[in-house]
Design a protein around this ligand. Structure first.
Ligand code: AGP
Length: 606
């Protein structure tokens, strides 16, 4: 959830650390801090509440030319956002930055009588524990390893000591950590975005692994100090991909680039002439695909809604297949049973979401095959699944997920087509999906071009409301859930999605002038049912914004017509309008669109 960085090498560390933190800021922006140490062991600590830009101002006043240091940008879990709770935390000669949660910190704290605690954080307890084990005859690595044997919880940590100012000790259990191997320098980070421009060679640390990092060497060991071999990989992210490229916000850039990112998702996988799909990374034979009887889709937030929308298509595509979609944070603790011939689709943009990762491990333990629907290349979930589909939507920086949703749903539909093919389904079943997937990028392009001004105007019309209901039927329901999530997470408007048919079972009682209602009216076999639901709200004086791909009459306060002749995939086109609508309401409210309050991009804690 937090972002951590480290640097040891020939260059001045301060700017490299703050530069890395700026790249990782989407992981948490409650406070930030760095510590650097000179060759004689003198430490220089700078911390600030809020964004990295606040820290920059502090660092500007205390510049130094130190060559080693660690840094942190925080998403608060234990202790309010404040300077005293900001990382790095100090104990004796050591300084520590941490991403994760030390669950038994209270018990440990009670034992650490010699340390005077300066913060409310679980992290300072770990620092104090390491310090209590770091006597004059003990190496930093050994003190850290001994301490980690006593903690329960999750961590990605980097530790420096004024006594050994030539090395950084890092360790990982549950939270991501990557080590960039440079020429005479080593850079540590929570994800690859902080390494761009420094090196393309990296070591992905796995759970239970530690490393001693110096300017010229990275030595991997386990907690028992046994040496481990390091696998150096190449990271393929370019600088352009993580820049706004002239847009006001990453969110708008990521919404507007969907035709391109979706083409990357589809590229080489859609065989339009044969009306077929060919997915490379599943690691499944045609027989294994044919034998699938049940699919369980697991994810959180937008990934969960992507799974829910895809489930409607999978059921329609694959005769006799049963599909369920589960919320990871609940599923991981349920005593679930998965039927035979189940395949689990594990959906995650970041590939690091703790609850989704835990579900993956639970499901694997039951011997069920797991396939990842992942965006972040090299992420933990991508490494642990049995196979899967990289959606190739490129780095998604804005906390609100947009392009990943469109690519995740499209990837799962492609999977459904491949399974249907393996089960001998006729072309009449699959061809419509293949054709519409192939045309989806241009249909989305049309909405982005023709509807962006209307989205802004309609958003300004509804920007004053504090409450919204999103309603849809069939594939319109999960799309409504996703629309409501987008609005609430960036505009802070209380928004909830419901199946239109549920209105009269309670939700209708909410309809009054405090609310507006977004109705997704699909031009499908349930059109009339959707219109009945809409009339029920009209009858109670609702303020309805209807978004429809139909040319038929729709009686609502505001009607937005999405011109597309896609049928089955129309919800994905309509959803792009929802994304623009939510974006413009958030902008109208003056919110930090890319870094909404209280949230972070990658949820690596429970
Ligand atoms: C979506 O806009 C949110 N950022 C959040 O709900 C997100 O979808 C969820 O945390 C899952 O993240 P993941 O796809 O990286 O696993």
């Amino acid at each position: 959830m937090c972002g951590i960085v480290g640097y040891v090498g020939g260059r001045e560390a301060q700017n490299i650390l703050t530069g890395g933190l700026r790249r990782l800021e989407y992981r948490g922006y409650d406070s930030a801090g760095i510590i650097t140490i000179d060759d004689k062991g003198t430490a220089s600590l700078q911390r600030a509440v809020g964004k990295v830009s606040e820290l920059d101002a502090v660092v500007e006043k205390s510049k130094n030319s130190n060559h080693i240091g660690i840094g942190h940008t925080r998403w608060a879990t234990h202790g309010i956002p404040s300077e005293r709770n900001a990382h790095p935390h100090k104990a004796g000669d050591i300084y520590l930055v941490h991403n994760g949660i030390i669950e038994n910190y209270k018990e440990l704290k009670a034992e650490l009588k010699n340390h005077e605690f300066a913060s409310d954080t679980d992290t300072e307890v770990l620092a104090a524990l390491i310090d209590s084990l770091y006597d004059k005859d003990t190496e930093l690595f050994d003190a850290v390893a001994q301490a980690l044997k006593l903690v329960t919880g999750t961590y990605g940590i980097a530790v420096v000591s004024t006594r050994q100012p030539e090395q950084i000790v890092v360790a990982r259990s549950g939270s991501p950590l990557i080590i960039g191997v440079g020429d005479g320098e080593t850079i540590i980070a929570s994800d690859a975005s902080a390494l761009i421009g420094h090196t393309t060679k990296a070591i992905y640390l796995n759970d239970g692994e530690m490393a001693i990092c110096t300017a010229d060497n990275v030595e991997l060991r386990d907690l028992a100090a046994q040496p481990l071999s390091a696998k150096v990989e190449t990271i393929e992210v370019d600088m352009q991909a993580i820049q706004k490229q002239g847009y006001d916000h990453f969110l708008l850039k990521e919404i507007m680039e969907q035709p391109t990112t979706l083409r990357s998702t589809l590229s080489g996988r859609i065989l339009l002439d044969q009306k077929q799909v060919r997915l490379g990374g599943l690691n499944m034979t045609a027989d294994e695909l044919r034998d699938i009887e049940h699919i369980t889709i697991v994810g959180c937030g937008t990934a969960y809604y992507a799974g829910m929308l895809a489930s409607y298509y999978l059921e329609k595509l694959v005769d006799g297949l049963t599909v369920d979609v589960v919320i990871a944070s609940e599923f991981r603790y349920r005593s679930f049973h998965l039927p035979k011939n189940t395949v689990a689709l594990v959906v995650s943009q970041s590939g690091e979401t703790a609850d989704t990762l835990a579900c993956l491990r639970e499901i694997k333990q039951r011997g069920v095959r797991t396939l990842g629907i992942i965006n972040a290349v090299g992420s933990t979930i991508a490494r642990e699944v049995d196979g899967g589909i990289y959606v190739h939507a490129g780095p998604e920086i804005s906390v609100a997920s947009t392009k990943a949703f469109t690519s995740q749903v499209s990837a799962m539909i492609m999977f459904g087509v491949q399974v249907a093919q393996a089960k001998g389904a006729g072309i009449e079943v699959t061809s419509k999906y293949v054709e519409e997937l192939a045309r989806l990028p241009e249909e989305i392009e049309k909405v982005l071009t023709n509807k962006k001004d209307e989205a802004k105007a309609v958003a300004e019309k509804y920007a004053e409301y504090d409450h919204a209901l999103y309603l849809g039927r069939d594939t319109g329901f999960p799309t409504a859930l996703e629309g409501a999530l987008k609005l609430k997470e960036i505009s802070y408007v209380h928004a909830d999605g419901y199946p239109t048919g549920e209105l009269k079972h309670g939700t209708l009682a909410l309809v009054d002038d405090r609310f507006f209602e977004v109705f997704l009216v699909l031009d499908d076999w349930l059109f009339d049912k959707s219109i009945s639901g809409l009339s029920e709200v009209n009858a109670r004086g609702g303020h309805i914004l209807a978004i429809t791909n139909s040319k038929k009459e729709v009686d609502a306060e505001t009607v937005v017509r999405i011109e597309t002749d896609l049928e089955v995939l129309a919800p994905l086109v309509i959803n792009v309008f929802q994304q623009l609508f939510a974006y413009h309401i958030a902008v109208a409210k003056g919110n930090n669109v890319d870094q909404p309050r209280n949230l972070a991009k990658s949820v690596t804690v429970e």
